[in-house]
Design a protein around this ligand. Sequence first.
Ligand code: GAP
Length: 514
Amino acid sequence: MSNQAPEEVFKSIISHAKEYGFVFQSSEIYDGMSAVYDYGQNGAELKKNIRDYWWRSMVQMNENIVGIDSAIFMHPTIWKASGHVDAFNDPLIDNKDSKKRYRADVLIEDHIAKIEGKIEKEVEKAAKRFENFDEKMFRSTNPRVQENQKKIDDINARFKDALEKNDLAEVKQIIVDLEIVCPISGSRNWTDVRQFNLMFSTQIGSVTDESNTIYLRPETAQGIFVNFLNVQKTGRMKIPFGIAQTGKAFRNEIVARQFIFRMREFEQMEMQFFVKPGTEMDWYNKWKETRMNWHHSLGFPQNMHRFHDHIKLAHYANAACDIEFNFPFGFKELEGIHSRTDFDLSQHEKFSGKKLQYFDPEDNESFVPYVVETSIGLDRMFLAILSQSYKEEKLEDGSDRVVLNLPAFLAPIKCAILPLVKKDGLPEKAREIMDVLKYDHLCVYEEKDSIGKRYRRQDAIGTPYCITVDHQTLEDNTVTIRERDSMKQERIAVDKAASIVSEKVDMRAALKKL
Ligand code: GAP
């Protein structure tokens, strides 16, 4: 494992993603666009496989969840009804010296993270010093930890109160009182805090006037709500049931940093689960557990994830939490789970004048269902998987290798077919094997460079298996198959290759853990 600092590891991951065709800066030859990225040949495959895994675990594994694909453009009144026109804002603050713009809440959260860092250092130091260290006891009794914890609690309480009252002057005062400085200028010369709407707008049709303004959707969820009755009726769905969808969403993010963590154009995988009013908290807890299991099913260490309850609930929620992942830059939101009440459907009833109710034949009554939502960013999931899989290894022979030990079913390429040399009929034999395997899996054929270099290239993109065709293959129809993580090589009959690869890359084992 690498001994580099997390920031250095993160930089290595970003350059690895570019060097091996996973992620490129958008419009790079025109100097790029901030917070917009393109996925390359390997990235597009990895992303598709993650999306597939999510889709299968939602739609295929649950009889009461179906999937849709709604349009990005939607009637502008939808965003008025959903509250996004009036309330989908970030509090902004500028530093007058550096002219840099920040999200006020992020400045405060970063300050809190620094105090949390101090606590963790204190705990780590003590854990090294004392045998039979009781961490819980230490946290609740150590005066320095207590003092810092109190600071955090006080800031959180004050910040929550300011947000709830939409008191932007108080948000600025918190920044001033905490003596937060601009990371660029080092000064505390701040403007007032003001709200900034995150939706992108454009014009539909040829006439440019206010009434033609439409928005690029900032979440995929609304496409599900406005189709609720279409799906319920045509699918004869009975409550409780869910509607899933994946697709692009757009937000004019102010703080564009951390690679594909926060993007202006990104993809969401969302599922709205429609339930009977009064049962929503049970379903909320059930979906929290189910979604955490989904993350664990990928086989990464369980301490990489944690729940974080929201201190300020969104305008539509009566309970909400995030599943956070320990990214190279610390624990951050990966997925949101929200109990959205009947807010969205009721609002769409009000604004459209159409009834969006469910008739319950058992109780002989109609009601507006409550909704529990699970919402995960596909790009964030991609980053979580990439950072967890990226390993720099020192091998026994003293050489180095970089390997992506991706769950095999997510790997962009499942199998590389490599003739040992470019002559003696080995390329033809390798092509023959490729022609069999390619119907089941995405395979690559490579004959350039030494076999060692070719193995390293496949390790670096996470290919679970390499099949090498050598002179013996022509004599006895056997090949060597090399496994990515152990680097073990085994001689097998050619006709066994397909089933070995299929077994390894099958998603079933992960789905069965759910
Ligand atoms: N429908 C609810 C909703 O959109 P959210 O917490 O704003 O809730 C859900 O977003 C998820 O979408 C987040 O947990 C995150 O993974 C992803 N996401 C949100 N904004 C993003 C951005 N700017 N770039 C990448 N992913 C983002």
